[in-house]
Design a protein around this ligand. Structure first.
Ligand SMILES: [Zn+2]
Length: 158
């Protein structure tokens, strides 16, 4: 197993907008840990993800508002982002709480997709396309924008 340590932080304006208090923050940490270590996730490539203090972490996961992410990553609105092979991952709060209809996933599955997709970038994976009609949508497809003729999926190995 390859250990990857990470730290989650939630921006103050996210806490305020969604009225997240202490247990709410811990709940988000908990979900992220579950998604990262899910049997559907990168554990299939031998990774184990461990939450640690910020300055000991290999990966910094930050939940931010769309406008903050646009400024940092220069991407389109309402997308999460992560630097390829890098340390920094930004989860779009509006998507975390609102999901993305075009993905065909319910909110829990969409959150899992979001975490696995962005961690995929950290692990050096680039975007994928829907391989053929009726295939499972790859996790490295930008599912937020739509899955084409693929079917919904959260497993990184499909
Ligand atoms: Zn991406």
């Amino acid at each position: 197993m390859t250990k990857k340590t990470y730290h989650v932080s939630i921006d103050d304006d996210v806490l305020k907008k969604y009225r997240i208090h202490n247990t709410g923050e811990r709940q988000i940490d908990f979900y992220i840990m579950i998604y990262l270590n899910s049997p559907d996730g990168w554990s299939q490539d031998g990774y184990f993800f461990e939450p640690v203090e910020k300055y000991k972490a290999d990966v910094w996961i930050r939940m931010s508002l769309s406008k903050t992410i646009e400024e940092i990553c220069g991407n389109s609105p309402m997308l999460s982002c992560a630097f390829l092979g890098g340390k920094h991952m930004y989860l779009c709060a509006e998507r975390w709480f609102g999901g993305a209809e075009n993905s065909g996933l319910d909110i829990q599955d969409y959150r899992q997709y979001m975490v696995s997709h962005e961690m995929g970038h950290i692990l050096g994976k680039e975007h994928a396309k829907c391989p053929r009609r009726g295939a499972k949508a790859p996790v490295m497809l930008q599912q937020t924008l739509g899955i084409g003729e693929c079917i919904p999926n959260t497993n990184v190995k499909e």
